[in-house]
Design a protein around this ligand. Structure first.
Ligand code: G6P
Length: 610
């Protein structure tokens, strides 16, 4: 949801800004721009479309000499994707230049005020309002950059991470943040700002986490942080442990296929981190025995993280017999939820920055409810605000469509299901150990599926003209259909509906035509026959049915024309294996269609606006 970067140091800024932006392109890619403070003042270059257009236009950075600069890659919120609306934006008169991630909610009223003061707006963006408001305070009160920024922060509603160049201060970059992510990195001679760590990891591992409603002044070799009252805030420098190569394609054609193949390792690393000597151990995350016996659980998240919650709902209820409710974070935050004392809210998020999920955590905390986050990105907002955080060990995920983070989240959820069951005495030791063993078998079984990826590649090639697809199943199988359906929609733009198999007959079955592809997922033995009957119902109406079952099961020819299988595993963990063929199918259809797999249209990986 927009990425911002900044550099100040002893090297040419533009090539570094462009390289940083390349690492943030997953946050938005409808336009990009950089501003560099050179010998002849601040120069701005912007281009519509992917970053490569900007790189070309800026001649790889050579077109903008100078050692201080800021940059931006955009996911449009206010104003169409265009070069005019692209960041950086510069104030009337050119004193202030800004890049912004977030949404200024009261931009209309501020725009009116500034228009009355004679400001003329060139774009439809809320960011231009930010620029001119800072300019207004800067000129009116003449208190310098921090004064102007703190006045802006007091006036602004909404979310923002901004980096600002002041024409009068050529050796400084100013930044400010509320609710949108931002980190500051330093070396002996340089300072960086970025929306997240992978953007700067090739330059430094020493970072500061800037908190909400804080500002900073970056100079070559350091940064000073301030609160809203412009008092200096002391911060600890954190050395981040991140594998820089994880953010590179390393020979794979796309990040998505690389990350699909990383899943066995991701699952194993996540499992190993929290399982020692045959027991789950979340003590490093501060989880106590009391946290493991909630009366109810609410799981919340967005997109794929929500789908993890849907799958875990079945697993936790089945194993631990604790009532679980799953809520989309965007619904949860506004629904006036009925909280009860011993409830646990689990928030799931890869980025740890999704605005709705963060708001859900805050809502639960405001009601005195214990919050547990399952997050992939260290230092992210949700990780810092939840009472306890368990990190998935997936490494940086670059493809916009999540794969390995989804799989890692499921594993953490399974481990919690076992712990809830153990703590509430719903499971004996032998079953606990046996199920841990089943989870441990997931990586090698994923490898078995990956070794047969040509099956899905061939199917994708033969059915590339598919337009409406239905994915149906019951229970956990349905939960996986939701994720598989989202994958196919996201990366292949194929209209897909995930449906509870038993519900299809109540209306949706009227959409089944000759040749409509229906993927039926059947691993749960208590409903196997039921779903098989549903497949027969659609097949007899002309559907082209693919069934996915455990190896050794074969659907009748009345139920399916194609039978895919996954290795056998305890049924409650089948989701971890089932998702892999659906990810591969989505990937190969997208590739066949020649689409931009890693950066599908209109999407952003980290959604920091509502
Ligand atoms: C975006 C992404 C989805 C992701 C969702 C939640 O919409 O495109 O792939 O599942 O956000 O993201 P989070 O970082 O909170 O897991």
């Amino acid at each position: 949801m927009c990425g911002i970067v900044g550099y100040i140091g002893n090297k040419q800024a533009a090539p570094i800004l462009l390289a940083e932006l390349q690492k943030l392109e997953y946050r938005g890619y409808d336009s990009a721009g950089i501003a560099v403070y050179g010998a002849d003042g601040i120069r701005v270059v912007k281009a519509q479309g992917k970053l490569e257009n900007l790189v070309r236009k800026a001649d790889g950075g050579a077109a903008l000499p100078g050692t201080v600069g800021i940059g931006h890659t955009r996911w449009a919120t206010h104003g169409v994707p265009s070069e005019t609306n692209a960041h950086p934006h510069t104030s009337d008169g050119g004193a202030i230049t800004v890049v912004h991630n977030g949404i200024l909610e009261n931009f209309r009223e501020i725009k009116q005020k500034l228009t009355r003061r004679g400001y003329v707006f060139q774009t439809e963006t809320d960011t231009e309002v930010i620029v001119d408001l800072i300019d207004y305070y800067y000129n009116k009160y003449k208190g310098g950059p921090l004064d102007a920024l703190s006045r802006f922060m007091t006036r602004a509603r909404g979310a923002y991470a901004i980096a600002v160049l002041f024409r009068d201060f050529p050796d400084e970059i100013y930044v400010a943040r509320k609710d949108s992510p931002m980190i500051v990195g330093v070396t002996e001679n340089e300072a960086f700002v970025a929306s997240d760590v992978p953007a700067i990891i090739n330059y430094t591992r020493d970072v500061y986490y800037i908190d909400n409603l804080e500002m900073a002044c970056l100079k070559a070799g350091g940064a000073t942080f301030y609160n809203l009252d412009r008092e200096v805030v002391e911060k600890q420098l954190v050395t981040v442990d991140l594998d820089a190569s994880a953010a590179e394609k390393e020979g794979w054609e796309h990040f998505m296929i690389k990350e699909i193949h990383e899943q066995p390792r991701t699952v194993e690393n996540t499992f190993r981190r929290y399982v020692n000597g045959g027991k789950v151990d979340f003590s490093e995350c501060g989880i106590t025995a009391r946290d493991l016996t909630p009366s109810r659980i609410v799981i919340t998240g967005c997109g794929s993280a929500y789908h993890v919650g849907v799958a875990l709902q079945y697993v936790i209820e089945q194993l631990a017999r604790i009532p679980v409710r799953v809520e989309l974070a965007s619904e949860f935050r506004y629904r006036d939820f009925i909280f009860e004392k011993n409830m646990l809210v689990i928030a799931i998020s890869q980025s740890g920055e999704t605005a709705d999920t963060l708001a859900a955590v805050r809502e639960a905390k405001a009601h005195g409810i214990k919050t547990l986050a399952i997050v992939n990105v260290q230092g992210s907002s949700i990780a810092r605000e939840a009472d306890n955080t368990v990190f998935t060990v997936a490494g940086p995920e670059i493809a916009v469509a999540t794969t390995k983070a989804y799989s890692a989240q499921l594993i953490v959820g399974y481990l919690f299901a076992l712990e809830f069951a153990r703590a509430s005495k719903k499971m004996d030791g032998a079953t606990y150990s046996a199920l841990l063993g089943e989870i441990a078998s997931i990586p090698s079984k994923m490898e078995t599926i990956l070794a047969q990826k040509e099956i899905y590649q061939q199917f994708a090639a033969e059915h590339v003209t598919m337009h409406d697809v239905f994915m149906i199943g019951r229970g956990i199988d349905y939960a996986v259909c939701m994720e598989g359906g989202l994958k196919l929609k996201e990366v292949s733009y194929v209209h897909t509906e995930a449906y509870a198999a038993g519900e299809l007959k109540h209306g949706t079955i009227s959409l089944i035509e000759q040749g409509t592809i229906v993927v039926g997922v059947l691993t749960q033995s208590n409903v196997y026959e039921k779903t098989a009957s549903n497949l027969e119902e659609v097949k007899s109406r002309g559907a082209n049915v693919v069934g996915i079952t455990f190896a050794g099961k074969k659907l009748s020819k009345e139920a399916a024309s194609v039978n895919w299988t996954i290795p056998h595993i305890a049924e409650c963990f089948a989701g971890s294996l089932l998702v892999v063929p659906l990810q591969l199918l989505s990937y190969y259809v997208s590739v066949q269609l020649g689409l931009d797999v890693d950066k599908p249209r209109n999407l952003a990986k980290s959604v920091t606006v509502e």
